[in-house]
Ligand binder design. Sequence first.
Ligand SMILES: [Zn+2]
Length: 180
Amino acid sequence: MIPTFGATAWGAAWVRTVETTAISRPDPALPRARSLARKGAVTGLTTEPGRVSAEVAGHRVAVGFPLWEPGADRLVAEADTAGLAAGDLPDELADRLRPEHGIAPPPDQQHPTCTCRTRAPRCAHVLATLYALAQHVDERPLLAVELRLAHPPVAAPPPDRIPLADLDPAGFYRSPAALG
Ligand SMILES: [Zn+2]
């Protein structure tokens, strides 16, 4: 099966920052970048707030980008994740983040480096790394938040599991008299 890029609102935002150069004119590096990402040439992909790095076909790639401005963390904390799988985020949060903060940084805010000698600002290795990152974000949308916040919120436990210590025994074991 050929992996797709940008199956979720979160991954799609990262794909757009890759393909935005193709709007004005075709970028010959894009098909090559997609091919590199699809055949697994992007290895050792690591992420941290404001940075992604990987190795692509023997070249070391890193892309730095700014974190979200203050206020985005509040939107994330307010997001309703009830009923979602671990690592997933509601599309509604993407809609709230997009106007003011964006989801992925636009190309002019990205600082790519690669050990190859290509003089284009974003070589096929950099673009392949961003495609692979978009796939990771599709698989686990929470990564889109972890990339842009210095202190990502800790995922809350599922709401239907209450730690035993939080139960009040006095209310839990009611006496027969109280039931009458
Ligand atoms: Zn390169």
